[in-house]
Design a protein around this ligand. Structure first.
Ligand SMILES: *Cc1c(COP(=O)(O)O)cnc(C)c1O
Length: 492
């Protein structure tokens, strides 16, 4: 399987090159030239496998022999990622809420959020690809984080041979729980540094390091190459395709779906990576009716699906679902490229318009094609809180705010369209990661101390605090350094 770039379709790269390079040189994203198929017979076979074997099967179709992958290598990566590090035996379990609604829980990994699904396996794929592309070299992963990604990357890369990882976070820009999760991180090859300033300062600091030719050349001479664990890397997208298949298989096994019966997926969306993986699964042959794209108050995608015009010129809201507070959904570029018939000239032009004027409009036929596959809508803060309360009161289900956005949009979708197709809501974070917002929605008095909020939520919900979030307050901090943004490179 060969890969090309959304901004230059003359490029041909192997999967290993695409993963090691991350971004194509002219700024485009790597996409596979063709989409492999999964037949009904194969789907039935997948249903008999565990998550690791399902991941091996689906990933192997995309990575392919051309990337130099030995069959056993992909399975080893999947086993290292999903064997033992997830707190649920099914890795990504499906929980049924009512007659035609299920929740696919993607938050049972080490950081309690769905980024683990990709970041647990991506370091293994990356290091093996890098060993072939650039043998004997050390990879240094630099991450600027506003919270979730940094911790997930730390967990993914901790003690992975041939790598080092340095995570920078804004001193005042992350929650106490998120901060503790990072500063207590174990691993011999990890480092965590607070930066005086906000997230933009931190991100600009990391970009400046990547752009400092002398610094990069000096490190290269010493055998170290820099890379990022960015969410637009194909190595982060492809593992996400697996859980759409896995959810469908689980529903077949529990006889809630018959073979070939279509299902909807409802996805709380920010950067468009998660839902795009669902679209790939559908193109491969998974019986999916609609992909429902749920936005929070930052409803740039909902408006785009409605009007065909993408317009980021609008106020930015900080919401209770912060991982979806985004006005540029980077992975949408991949979908536009594919739906335009792999036209990289027109895709590059839209992205140029986006960076210059903040908006672009797609032609009517492409807009119609989008609407045939997707339904986009949004949820405001009050609706999000109401959805959390309703799920708890009616179904005894504790939902985090991101998942609640999807629950709300599903209800609106059903009311508006009358579509009663079985729907799977994709759940992206443990409610304990956002205990304060959840408690408030349930009408509880929120404790001042965030760690006390975890205890109260456990009490109210009658469930245990997930192990990785338990005892965080007492855990010794390993990393307490705070630096100015000019000095960030010193910590590498
Ligand atoms: C990253 C994230 C999302 C958004 O996923 P995208 O792939 O960027 O659309 C949603 N919820 C949570 C909890 C996340 O961490």
């Amino acid at each position: 399987m060969l890969y090309t770039s959304t901004r230059n379709n003359q490029i041909n790269a192997t999967s290993a090159e695409a993963i090691v390079q991350g971004l194509s040189l002219e700024g485009g994203l790597f996409v596979p030239r063709s989409i492999p198929a999964v037949s009904a017979e194969e789907l039935a076979m997948l249903a008999g496998m565990d998550y690791i074997a399902r991941a091996d099967y689906i990933l192997s179709k995309f990575l392919g022999a051309q990337g130099g992958w030995a069959p056993v290598e992909v399975r080893d990566c999947a086993a290292a990622a999903y064997g033992g590090t997830f707190r649920h035996a099914d890795v990504a379990p499906v929980v049924t809420l009512d007659d035609n609604t299920d929740v696919l829980e993607l938050y049972h990994g080490p950081t309690c959020a769905f980024k683990d699904m990709a970041l647990q396996i991506m370091p293994h794929l990356l290091t093996r690809a890098a060993q072939r592309e650039k043998p004997g070299r050390e990879l240094c992963i630099l991450v600027a984080t506003s919270g979730d990604t940094g911790k997930a990357a730390l967990e993914g890369f901790a003690d992975v041979p041939g790598t080092r990882i340095v995570v920078y976070y804004p001193d005042d820009g992350v929650s106490p729980v998120q901060k503790r999760q990072m500063t207590t991180q174990a691993g011999k090859n990890v480092r965590v540094v607070a930066v005086r300033g906000n997230f933009d300062d931190t991100q600009n600091g990391v970009k400046a390091i990547f752009g400092d030719g002398d610094f990069v050349a000096k490190a290269a001479a010493e055998g170290t190459d820099f890379t990022s664990a960015n969410s637009i890397n194909w190595g982060r997208l492809v593992p996400q395709i697996v859980y759409y298949f896995s959810a469908y298989c689980d529903l077949m096994n529990s006889r809630k779906l018959t073979s070939g019966e279509a299902v909807n997926f409802v996805v709380p969306t920010g950067n468009f990576g998660n839902i795009l993986a669902g679209w790939y699964a559908k193109q491969m042959g998974l019986p999916v009716h609609k992909l429902v794209c749920a936005s929070n108050q930052n409803r740039v995608l909902a408006d785009f699906f409605g009007s065909g015009t993408y317009d980021r010129n609008r106020p930015f809201f900080c919401t209770s679902s912060p991982s979806m507070d985004i006005l540029i959904s980077s992975n949408l570029e991949r979908l536009l490229f594919l739906l335009s018939g792999q036209d990289s000239a027109v895709t590059a032009d839209w992205m140029q318009q986006l960076s210059q004027s903040g908006s672009y409009a797609v032609p009517a036929d492409l807009h119609a094609a989008l609407q045939a596959e997707f339904y986009g809508s949004a949820c405001d803060e009050a609706q999000c809180a109401a959805a959390m309360a309703k799920a708890w009161q009616q179904q005894a289900y504790l939902s985090d705010p991101h998942t609640a956005v999807a629950l709300h949009v599903l209800e609106e979708y059903r009311a508006k369209t009358g579509d009663q197709t079985r729907s799977v809501v994709v759940s992206t974070a443990s409610p304990f990661k956002f205990a304060g917002s959840v408690l408030e929605a349930l009408g509880e008095t929120v404790p001042e101390n965030e760690f006390d909020a975890l205890d109260l939520l456990a009490q109210v919900g009658g469930v245990e605090i997930p192990a990785p979030l338990c005892g965080l307050q007492e855990k010794p901090e390993r990393f307490t350094e705070v630096c100015n943004k000019e000095d960030m490179a010193q910590y590498i």
